[in-house]
Design a protein around this ligand. Sequence first.
Ligand SMILES: Cc1cc2nc3c(=O)[nH]c(=O)nc-3n(C[C@H](O)[C@H](O)[C@H](O)COP(=O)(O)OP(=O)(O)OC[C@H]3O[C@@H](n4cnc5c(N)ncnc54)[C@H](O)[C@@H]3O)c2cc1C
Length: 416
Amino acid sequence: MVVIGAGAVGSATAIEALRAGLRVTVIEPGEPGGPQATSYGNAGWLSSHSVIPPALPGAWRKVPGWLADPLGPLAVRWRYLPRAMPWLLRYLASGWTEARVQRTADALRTLLADAPALHAQLAAEAGVPQLIEQRGLLHAYRSRAEFEGDALGWRVRQRTGVRWEAWSADELRRREPDLDARYTLGIFVPEAGHCRNPGAYVAALAQHALASGSERLATRATGFRIEGGRLRAVRTETGEIACDAAAICAGARSGPLAAAAGSAVPLESERGYHVVVEGATVGPRTPVMVADGKLIAHWMDGGLRAAGQVEIGGLDAGPDWRRAEILHRHLQSMFPALAGAEGAVAAKQWLGHRPSMPDGLPCIGASAASADGVLAFGHGHVGLCGSARTGRLAAQLLAGSVPETPLEPFDPKRFG
Ligand SMILES: Cc1cc2nc3c(=O)[nH]c(=O)nc-3n(C[C@H](O)[C@H](O)[C@H](O)COP(=O)(O)OP(=O)(O)OC[C@H]3O[C@@H](n4cnc5c(N)ncnc54)[C@H](O)[C@@H]3O)c2cc1C
């Protein structure tokens, strides 16, 4: 069988397919875990509690702001608006009521609940156990009122079984001495984990698949040869690869491949950015997300990374590095001592594409044209976290066994 794409999802799928006894060829035009992959530059959160879809009830009221402020935490590029409109409408509809949000959360929880443990296991197998840390994650708020603004999300999380500790201002100061004093409430989620170098982690998983017997071809998949409902070959830029099964794990670039397999699904890029401050000497003790800037900060192997921003502008438009500068400035305001610290001015910048479905749930399931083709993409904000369980589920589908958790919520056919 062929795995298309060696990001977090494809690499986990390759490992699990090998474990299921399948012969595996991985197609990837870039370096596995390289900067072309979204899996490279994310915030590293293995946030088993990130079960809330991006749109919540009342999100429609924010639409004028998304259009008016091109540098806000969520923005839609005007020129791209006509193309994005159908996706945006579905996105708003999927978070229309609390009941819908709960349904999404319940489904996502099945994918994410034990992600930190699954990733620790994969990392150990791949020889990089040090890259996965289980230290909990922190959400910092400036006031109780700001927290109340997120109350729906926390209420829904609680119903899925997520538990947390509330830290007072004093507790927050004690635990996070470098964090700016404007943050006065911490919500600490002990169950969650963190990856301290997502690119290196994915590269290690891909290498582990290779060492376990997979082949790798440096080429790009372009389509499929399907005859009488059976998959015969994956078409690539360098010719056909004969196979009897394939998994589409090309992240935000999976859309045309899924369409070629009969499943035209509404996949959109939620573009995001990161900055890495290499010489930083002050920062968080716990990976932290702040409610005011909607960004995540923590130490990575290469320095202090801040990741965030959502920009709807498609796959082809160039980066708007002002967004990365916003992240950098916000990081400095979170940790005021950072601005004066050695090396803090030199920040590396990166743009990536979250592969996002409008309802906040990935596509994991058979393609419409052939059950031999499996879609495994569309994890949006939680693709690193969700990749370990997704790899297992995709491998189970490819091997023809019964998936270990229900796949109905992730069925690509749900879009009609
Ligand atoms: C700023 C930011 C912060 C984030 N933070 C987090 C976080 O903290 N936690 C979390 O869980 N998620 C986070 N995410 C989301 C997460 O990074 C993605 O959901 C995840 O990386 C998607 O993984 P993937 O394997 O599906 O796609 P990718 O990592 O993009 O991998 C797809 C691979 O397919 C290859 N490919 C593309 N086209 C083809 C083709 N035609 N043929 C063959 N190969 C192809 C690409 O080269 C690439 O290597 C964040 C994303 C962003 C942008």
